[in-house]
Design a protein around this ligand. Structure first.
Ligand code: NIG
Ligand code: FE
Length: 411
């Protein structure tokens, strides 16, 4: 006797073109045209051609009218929580003062540190929520949020708690990253190594104890920390079983990417000044290259990250907004896709992969999100356009019509 199983869906999307971004599907964008996708208990439970859909029962059936569905976007590098802004420094930079000069004169990151220390958690929450609303309107379902504008234990905790609260209040998946080694706080001005001691011996243990961070990051740069200092931070992270990431080779070549690879970092980010040896080291450990065209554009950088080398050695390239007040005050993931194409030479398909599949990997979430695939979390977005290249084409001013996070629909 042949048993015919009736599939049970909470939601069934039918008549959709699916940009699955699944590399196992041999078509541009991993596309399944005239497709359907079923959701059960917050997970993708069926995916395929609508004609192949077996017998089913569904609580909610949505006809997508031939529109495109993509995985929910993943913004894997942001500094979304901060006080104040740096428009006056932008003005200075437009008059010819460099980002490094501003930092060396006591401005830059440290001026946001001052503002963030002085701003109440409730006010930080409201301003970050507003930025997040822009992102979710453009299909973001997962965002990474870094600390690093506190540089004292109390304010670093305040920032990470605000990031966690956003997850509870804003219908978004949040991954938090502790970025204590972002800049030298003024009170340690002449004693950087003592500040690194504080990061390693006090902050990382306490933040781990409070379960406030999913990863540890640093800024490896002349105006940040040396590879020796970052090595100590990474060792402390390892001791506390936290994965690492690194702002590396952004303004100059420091060897940070190689160091990140040595610690099997989830990602090395920025990477304009990485050399071939650094790319090879990343390839060996599967460290993701997170490229940030918003910062490249806003700082008027001219050295591009070597995307041909990343392609050559098979280093996956993720993209993110790097939303922050100093180098990338942008809340549009779609504008980032466009910039990756126009400024870095990504194809629109690589750009979308960068903000979905590869962004997920850069957060250690490759098995859970980032592609439309049976078993993964039902995190997706539906767009009323005719081809997925439109995501990189419209200069950022496009909203999705439906967003789903963990099977829950937001329209
Ligand atoms: O990703 N490079 C260091 N950190 C940030 C900028 C922080 C700032 O200027 O406030 C970045 O570009
Ligand atoms: Fe950053």
């Amino acid at each position: 006797m042949i048993m015919i199983m009736t599939l049970q869906f909470d939601t069934l999307f039918k008549n959709a073109n699916l940009a699955t971004m699944d590399p196992a599907i041999d078509a541009p964008y991993g596309a399944i045209k005239k497709g359907a996708l079923g959701v059960t208990d917050g997970r993708i439970s069926w995916i395929g051609k609508i004609d192949d859909l077996p017998e089913y029962k569904a609580k909610d059936v949505r006809d997508c009218g031939g529109h495109w569905m993509t995985p929910g976007l993943v913004d894997c590098h942001t500094h979304l929580v901060f006080g104040g802004n740096r428009a006056r420094e932008f003005e200075q930079r437009m008059q010819g003062v460099s980002y490094e000069q501003i930092a060396k004169a006591g401005g830059g990151i440290v001026s946001t540190v001052k503002a963030t220390r002085e701003t109440d958690a409730s006010v930080l929450l409201v301003s970050a929520s507003l930025r997040l609303i822009d992102m979710t309107a453009q299909g973001v379902t997962t965002v990474e949020i870094k600390s690093g504008y506190g540089l004292d234990l109390e304010t670093e905790i305040k920032m990470l708690e605000v990031a966690k609260t956003l997850e509870e209040e804003e219908n978004i998946r949040v991954k938090t990253t502790f970025l204590g080694a972002h800049a030298l706080p003024p009170e340690y001005k002449n004693d950087p190594d003592s500040y690194v001691d504080l990061v390693c011996e006090v902050m990382i243990p306490r933040i781990t104890e409070l379960n406030l961070a999913d990863a540890v990051d640093g800024f490896c740069e002349n105006i940040g920390f040396s590879t020796l200092q970052i090595r100590r931070v990474f060792e402390a992270a390892k001791k506390h079983n936290l994965p690492v990431k690194l702002h590396a080779e952004q303004l100059s070549k420091q060897g940070g990417a190689k160091l990140a690879a040595e610690f099997a970092a989830l990602s090395a980010d920025h990477l304009e000044y990485i050399d071939e040896e650094g790319v090879q080291a990343m390839a060996k450990t599967g460290t993701i290259a997170v490229l940030l065209p918003g910062a490249f554009y806003f700082l008027k950088e001219t050295q591009k990250p070597p995307i041909d080398l990343f392609r050559k050695y098979g280093v996956p390239m993720a993209l993110a907004t790097d939303c922050n007040p100093g180098s990338s005050p942008i809340t549009s993931p779609l504008l980032i896709l466009n910039m990756a194409c126009t400024l870095f030479g990504f194809t629109p398909e690589e750009a979308l992969a960068g903000m979905t599949r590869e962004g997920a990997k850069a957060l250690g979430l490759g098995a859970e999100i980032g592609t439309l695939k049976v078993g993964k979390s039902a995190d997706l977005a539906i767009w009323d356009f005719e081809h997925p290249s439109e995501l990189s084409y419209w200069l950022g001013n496009y909203s999705c019509s439906i967003r789903m996070l963990k099977g829950k629909m937001y329209e």
